[in-house]
Design a protein around this ligand. Structure first.
Ligand SMILES: [Zn+2]
Length: 147
């Protein structure tokens, strides 16, 4: 699979179709984010300065899981050895290297990071709508208990 081409739902799509459409888009986004995560390991050398993407579930049962967690590899000196350690970062685009060993994959790396950020934004927008649906369903269930 490659970059997702988003298609708008048909103009006269029913509520049922839109719900299915949303679920399908969310699945595609999640699959693509996993691909981007793996690909970022290939477009950069395995060394200090390499930016990695982690995907994690926050465990709060929220609708925007998995979240993106960006890190950068950093040299960590101990008494015994030089180790790599991943440091969390907030703005991955500002931390990308493009010279030396990084030059060959730099353009693709940048595109992948931008794509992941865009996909997360799209999915977060959809999650807002799904949150509204969830609350409506919970209210409906509450009311049916009362009635
Ligand atoms: Zn979450």
């Amino acid at each position: 699979m490659s970059k997702i081409i988003f298609q708008a739902p048909p103009p006269r799509a029913s509520a049922h179709e839109i719900a299915l459409f949303s679920a399908n888009v969310i699945n595609q986004i999640n699959q693509r984010l996993e691909e981007v995560r793996l690909r970022l390991r290939e477009t950069q050398p395995v060394k200090v300065g390499s930016v990695t993407l982690g995907l994690y579930a926050c465990g709060r049962g929220c609708l925007t899981c998995p979240h993106l967690k960006w890190s950068i590899w950093w040299a960590h000196r101990t008494v015994k050895a030089n180790l790599f350690r991943a440091h969390p970062i907030q703005a991955p685009l500002r931390r990308l290297h493009s010279t030396g060993d990084f030059a060959a994959g730099a353009a693709e790396t940048r595109r992948l990071v931008e794509e992941a950020q865009r996909l997360f934004k799209v999915r977060s927008e959809l999650a807002k709508g799904i949150g509204i649906m969830r609350r409506a369903l919970i209210r409906a269930a509450d009311q049916s208990e009362e009635g």
